[in-house]
Structures are given as C-alpha cells and as structure tokens.
Ligand binder design. Structure first.
Ligand code: SF4
Length: 240
C-alpha cells in the first residue's frame, strides 16, 4: 500500500515553490551571439559583445533584422554569460529582434549588470522599459511613419529616459519622417531628456546630404549617425 504524501500548507508551500522556481534554469531564444564593433549610438566604434535575441512583435518596413523573427537556439542565462565572458569585452549589447519581448531578458540584463558589464539595450520602443535594470543604458527607437509601426510607439518610454545614460533614435526615410522626428523631439524635450538624440538614415533609402542639410537647418542638438558596421562589413552580413 502506498504511503500518503505529506500535505504542504501556507508558508511551507510558498517556500517550496520558490525553491523549485530558483532551480529552473531561465532560458532565452538567441539568434546570434558575437563580438564585434558597436555600430550605432554614441558607443559606435567600441568593441562590444552582442546578444541578439530572437523574435519581434513589430514589422518595420525597412527592418534589416528579419532573420531574427523566427528560429534561434535556446540558451540558459548561465550559458549566455559564460560565452559573453569568453569574449572578454566589458561592453555588452542586448539587441534583437525586440530584446524585451522575452520575459527572461529582464533577468539576463540584471545578471549582466550584476557581473559589472556595461550593458546597452537596443529596443524598438514597443515594450515598456519600466522593468529594465536601472544600471543598463537604453537606446530607444521611436518609430517614424515610414516604418509602418508609428502607432505602436510606447510613449511612456520617452518619459523614462535618463539624460546621463539613455539615447533615443529615429530612423528616417523621408521628409515626413524627419518632420515627425522633429515634432517628437520638441514635444518630449528629448534634447534635455536623453544623453543623445540619434538621427539614423534608413540604409540606401534617403539622400545623406539632404538629411544632413535638414539637421543643420533645424538648429536641434541631435546627432546624425551612420551604421558603422554596414560600412565596414556591408549591409547584408550578419554576426559582425
Ligand atoms: S523593431 Fe527592430 S527588429 Fe522589430 S521589425 Fe522593427 S526594425 Fe525589425
């Protein structure tokens, strides 16, 4: 005859569940993990380890990361951190896809910060940044009209930007996008609110000199940025 199992009650039950949860390895879907040169933002040119997480709920018309939408391999946070350690870089960027779309990404970011890495989060601006570890530096996209996803910008993210460490980026395709970017920069006072306001021309879709002229004429304290990695390795090469 089998013995009846002891029943757990109240606090005992909660602590057992907590113990079990702590033993379950947190796993993320990763498209690629590599060491290269940071190509965008004020960190451009610095050696950096990239963790490119799989999946994105958005579908920007000019997206250059469609290969991240599906697939990927499962890695525990321990396994990711071990690989990051192996590259030996103090700068780590968590990107995607949309890196914040996986719930476990918040734990990964905290772990990287705990291990004293300088952590950049490049997010598409759809998911709230509220629960991102405060030590991480946010590079927040604001989607302009030509992306087809401007309706999905999560505006409270702009109010959370911190002037000493976060950056905000507009990918611009045409004059409509530039006018939209200007309006948002002024409305949310982004020149004061963010460490940098980045204006990024969509690759091969806008005349660079024309965009430069608009920026100069605007008198705004923004920074035109080119995607350095695409000039070095070409626009279609992944994992660099
Ligand atoms: S948010 Fe980024 S990854 Fe997602 S569709 Fe837009 S550009 Fe692509």
């Amino acid at each position: 005859m089998s013995r009846p199992r002891p029943r757990l009650h109240g606090r005992q039950m909660k602590s057992t569940i907590a113990r079990l949860e702590s033993k379950i390895a947190l796993v993320l879907r990763v498209t690629e993990l590599f060491h290269s040169i940071q190509g965008e933002s004020t960190h451009a040119g610095r050696p950096c380890t990239f963790i490119r997480l799989t999946g994105c709920p958005m579908r920007c018309t000019w997206c250059d990361s469609e290969y991240t939408f599906t697939g990927g391999d499962h890695f525990s946070i321990d396994a990711i951190v071990e690989q990051v350690r192996g590259f030996g870089s103090s700068l780590v960027e968590v990107t995607g896809g949309e890196p914040l779309a996986q719930r476990e990404a918040f734990d990964l970011i905290k772990r990287l910060c705990d291990e004293s890495y300088e952590v950049l989060i490049e997010t598409g601006g759809y998911v709230s940044t509220e629960l991102v570890d405060a030590r991480a530096r946010i590079i927040l996209d604001v989607k302009c009209p030509a992306s087809g996803e401007a309706e999905r910008n999560h505006w409270p993210n702009l109010e959370r930007l911190r002037g000493n460490q976060d950056e905000v980026k507009f990918v611009v395709v045409d004059r409509v996008d530039w006018d939209f970017a200007r309006e948002i920069i002024e409305k949310y006072q982004l020149e004061k609110r963010a460490k940098a306001v980045l204006i990024s021309p969509a690759w091969g879709q806008i005349d660079l000199q024309e965009l430069a002229d608009w920026i100069v004429q605007s008198g705004l304290e923004v920074r035109m940025q080119l995607q350095l990695h695409k000039y070095i390795w070409g626009p279609d090469v992944h994992g660099v």
